[in-house]
Ligand binder design. Sequence first.
Ligand SMILES: O=C(O)CCC(=O)C(=O)O
Ligand SMILES: [Fe+2]
Length: 356
Amino acid sequence: MLQYRLSVFLHPTSLARSFSSSIPRRATAQFRIPVIDFSKFRASTSAQEKKETADEIVSAFKESGFIYLSNHGVDPQQVQSTFKKSADFFALPYDVKRKLAWEDPRSNRGYVEIGRERVTQSADPDEIATLREKAPDFKESMEIGRDWDSTWKNQWPSETIAPGFKQNMLDFYETCHELHVQIMRSIAIGLDLQEHFFDDKIDEKCHNLRLLSYPAIKSTLLKDEGQARAGAHSDYGTLTLLFQDSVGGLEVQNPQTGEFIPATPIADTIVVNVGDLLARWSNDVLRSTLHRVVAPPAQAISETESVTPKRQSIAFFCNPNFSTEVSCLPNCGDQAKYPPVNTGDYIVGRLSVTYT
Ligand SMILES: O=C(O)CCC(=O)C(=O)O
Ligand SMILES: [Fe+2]
């Protein structure tokens, strides 16, 4: 992974502070994706010290719903090898990948070719179908779920075709699950709940590891109305852990102004954002924020044409246990805004309208 290093603690807009001290104050104050150092939280036995980090995380999730997490404890070599195995997988012939095709939202496992998904905020299946036809997301993905499910099986490529792929992804899945537990503990503390409040509600690893590949594309094709690498959407679960390469293109919407702000890659950090179920669990105290992937600065290939470079990212979508009932948490207002919902029903419902 070639990411450029930025020594900033706050990442307010497309321009990091260290790049420019001339950003108007108002512009930077409005919307921030802070870089939060997780090392103390992980190492400390002092409740006070843990609370300081927890408060930082919860206050960022209340404001923007997005943070960059640094010193998160995930070995950079593991991240790098996951990116490499992912790139090798997407480089396989289409005929090989096609045999591993994603088939069912209840399974949510397998290879998704370009054009099959159109992420959007709409809940109307007809509207989504129209959007998908007009402007499908320009990406392919490989979806991996927990491997021991009795009903749904992961669509692994064979060892001969993709040596080490399966073991790498299983190990990475575990690593991300453990980080999810840690961050949820910090959220519990930040919401003045007992530190282990979420533990038994998120221990069945009902997550989804998504390897993403955005192929290089002529920039003109991304300029059409509504067309993006991934359309504006929010995520469905508790938290998303997003690992991105150095290309850029992820943008996050400032809910106050509607403006999309680049979430520029910062080396060795993980972008962590709140999903819809956690927002709902917290009665909207924590914010699930719209985001999208657009073209980063293009490279010219001729006098008249330019090409948007390929991009890779890895999203780990964390969920509560599918049996967990999500209903308004303590300390999140007197009046519940939403009726209780079963996690499995909710996630499968959201997935079934976004795919073709
Ligand atoms: O590729 C990215 O940076 C973001 C992907 C994303 O938001 C998603 O798959 O939900
Ligand atoms: Fe997303």
